[in-house]
Design a protein. Sequence first.
Length: 68
Amino acid sequence: MPFVNIRLVKEVIASDPEGKKAAIAAKVTEAITEATGLADSDVWIVFEEVLARDWFIGPTDVATLRKL
């Protein structure tokens, strides 16, 4: 069974985390089931939310980059 781990910057989904995760999960599940023929219940998805100050691109955190 496919296991999908999605990491994203927490602030990106802050306005509606449950709704946005559900929408992402539905589309990811649809893509995998269409490609493999598996059932929806065979696709596992986990979200990991990371604060912008803890996500770095090179030496700079995302929170700082967004301020530039």
